[in-house]
Ligand binder design. Sequence first.
Ligand code: CUA
Length: 429
Amino acid sequence: MTRTRFAQPKVSRFATAFLAGLSLLSMTGCAWTSKIFTLSGPQSTMLTEGPVAKAQWGLFMVTVYVTTFIFIVVGAVLAYAQIKFRAKDANAEKSEPPPQGHGNPMIEIGLIAASVALLVIIAVPTVRDIWYTHDVPEAEKADAIDITATGYQWWFKFEYPSEMVKLPTGGEAPLVTGNELVVPAGRPIRVHLRTIDVIHSFWIPKLAGKVDMMPNRANFLWFKADRPGYFYGQCAEYCGESHAIMKFRVIALAQADYDKWLANQKQPARTVTAQTASAEIPRIQFANYKVNDGRALAGSPEFDANPFAGWQKLQEPGAENAALIATGRKLFQEKTCVSCHTVRGHEGIGITGPDLTRVGSRSTIAAGVLENTPERLAQWLHDPAHFKPGNKMYFGGYVVQSPDGSWKPNFTLNDTEIDALVAYLHSLK
Ligand code: CUA
């Protein structure tokens, strides 16, 4: 018997070489290749840290197992038929086809039954997890905390309706934070999802899968963090030019630490006086603030290595210069920052931008894009449009639109002014 050898097409040789190259790369153990192949980044959906994400990951794997099983069985039958019934020589290619069948009831009924069985295997956990992930389980409802998250182009506002704060102008309002959602670990958190403008989507990959924030629709989701930690969140619905860098953080704390955090957040803005500040601290110079490397996750290597520790460190005031801070506070008013940002207890009353009452205690600025270091804050104040194209602090603040549609400078900040503003904003802890 002679066998026909088919020439291996160029394409498949190419593919083999490419795959071999990839596997070689993955075996070299480089940090970045291992990151790609294990998908272990800070926004990994595989390394789950809470029951909701765990349920979603488990359901995904059930689907993967079932479909892999189907792929192997169908692929094996196909390969068997290809090899067994192929034309074995030139004569066979010209011969009559074998007798044609017209179906086999046993095989047809069997395949239908098998398909239904496989779909049931996927359907049972799907229905169970739809119920589970929809809302906090009955037994845990009493322990749940409600939080309202609102999407803005391009940042997140978080409100704590159960934590009312006294407003300097009289009355009360829920405690508000921006871009950092602080919650107690081990307790269910129900997040009510709202938007002020377009559709956004709320996603904490390690804790819970996305739910859209839609105009005129009261969506919500719940999650729970298994342990204290620092988690990365991301807008997951295209919402304009800075969608990809509309991020946030979730910081889960032990209950006692959370209580301490809440008590501090509820106080009016901190005022630094010459008595409380360390007077010898010289002015900080930001000679390098024009250097824009624009990393997507712009934490320093030390911060990225342990962001939770980095966040904790920011909760306590460091070295401060009272005179510089006072200048910054005055500039915050003069440069009209106050009309868009609230600093509860100080001059700021605006609600267009994030509440800055405790901005110095947050680990990131510009909706999770930049680490909140003096250098980064200075870079941000120097050129916000560079880091967040289209943002309203620049378009509407730094530059304003004329009736003819063109943008004209509204105000500028020189190095000395940026210096003072950074000192002021970082004193707000
Ligand atoms: Cu908000 Cu995408």
